[in-house]
Design a protein around this ligand. Structure first.
Ligand code: LMR
Length: 393
């Protein structure tokens, strides 16, 4: 039966990870996969995570099933983290959250749920978007349409093109937005643009679906959620997929959340029951560990403060690197956009051939699209990277 299968090309991000690992050059630099790195190039376990794990190890008394929705405590904490402590959407009982295996699990379960709601659902995604959005949504059978997002010349948001295209969406279509730290471009919507897109969504009867994978790594936990929260306050229904991979550094623990906001509490109860049956038929229940860590941190004032401080430091560090990187590249062009963009990623705007030369001649790894993970830089490698980029330009 397997003989008819042909070999597929690898996912470009995962392939790059593998190539980097196989490279034996000691001065190689990884600006590929989106993981945070500290000054010494390590992806650290956050101190609050360490402490929460220590406490869990002491207090955990069972490994029994958690249930399809995961932990209620984690879900409540995530609702408050995403929507804010005082959110009326939480108070009025129109919001539910389920724990998922990472942000990918949330995205895929949302896609399966949307197909259940309406089998011919069309979802509009930004061009460009995260490479894995397409397989996650398309694999669930959704129709995918694209809206222009980035002006390739200026590497800024082409907002009028985005709105013009979304004017063509039909009532009931879904619009996927990046909550903050747009992946791969780093170009985010301003608050005014969030207001304008909200107006369009309301006027045309579209369903907003927000991917919140980097909360806290753009400008701060509250600032990064401002657009999403505004949108949530205006629309009757909304879907949010959130990830704890980056802001808690829990990548391999696969910890995420899926939020549904519905027009009434009764609708929300029914919708959540459908969502849970989708979960049950896919992976049955999420893994427990990462969510237990997050729940413990968010539920403890001291641990939460420690986590927020460390996350704030990571965010500051990325902002500092953005400025230093754009200054270091100034002799070869205007890279000021890098300093103005947010989150881990920016496009350098160089050609695939230049990207290949950087990898092969200098051991510097980035996606073929020239997406770099700014968080992979540090004071030690920055001059090396900048001079290599200057040499291929
Ligand atoms: C990335 O965009 O590099 C990250 O989100 C990691 C991944 O799974 O692709």
């Amino acid at each position: 039966m397997f003989e008819a299968l042909t070999q597929l090309p690898q996912d470009p991000i995962l392939q790059l990870m593998q190539m980097f690992r196989a490279d034996t050059r000691p001065d190689k630099v990884d600006l590929g996969v989106g993981v945070y790195k500290d000054d010494s190039g390590n992806t650290p376990i956050m101190a609050a995570v360490h402490e929460a794990e220590r406490r869990l190890l002491e207090s955990e008394i069972t490994k029994s099933y958690v249930g399809p929705a995961g932990s209620a405590g984690f879900n409540e904490s995530m609702a408050r983290l995403i929507l804010g402590d005082g959110s009326s959407r939480i108070r009025d009982g129109r919001t539910s959250v389920i724990q998922t295996p990472g942000g990918c699990g949330a995205l895929r379960m949302a896609a399966e749920f949307l197909r259940l709601c309406q089998p011919d659902t069309t979802v509009w995604v930004s061009t460009p978007t995260w490479a894995n959005h397409m397989p996650l949504l398309d694999g669930a059978g959704l129709n995918i349409r694209e809206y222009p997002y980035l002006n390739r010349e200026t590497l800024t948001v082409d907002f009028s093109a985005m709105l013009d295209t979304l004017e063509g969406a039909r009532a009931g279509d879904v619009v996927l937005l990046h909550g903050c730290c747009h992946n791969p471009s780093g170009a985010d919507l301003t608050f005014d643009q969030w207001q304008a897109v909200t107006q369009l969504i309301q006027r045309k009867g579209l369903l907003p679906f927000v991917d919140m994978a980097y909360q806290g790594l753009g400008e701060g936990l509250e600032e990064d959620a401002a657009g999403l929260r505004y949108l949530a306050g205006q629309v009757p229904e909304m879907v949010v997929a959130a990830s704890c991979s980056k802001n808690f550094g829990l990548y391999r623990e696969r910890t995420g959340a899926l939020m549904l906001i519905s027009a009434t509490g009764a609708t929300n109860t029914a919708a959540t029951s459908q969502l849970l049956s989708v979960v049950r038929s896919h992976y049955s229940m999420p893994p427990a560990h990462g969510a237990a860590v997050v729940e413990s941190i968010l539920g403890d004032d001291v641990l939460r403060a420690e986590w927020q401080l460390e996350l704030g430091g990571m965010c500051e560090r990325i902002l500092g690197l953005r400025h230093a990187f754009s200054d270091a590249l100034a002799p070869v062009g205007d890279f000021g956009f890098i300093a103005r963009q947010r989150g881990m990623f920016s496009f350098l705007g160089i050609t695939p051939e230049q990207v290949r030369r950087l990898r092969e001649e200098h051991g510097i790894y980035m996606l073929e699209s020239s997406r770099v993970n700014v968080a992979g830089l540090n004071d030690r490698v920055l001059p090396q990277v900048a001079s290599a980029i200057r040499s291929v330009m």
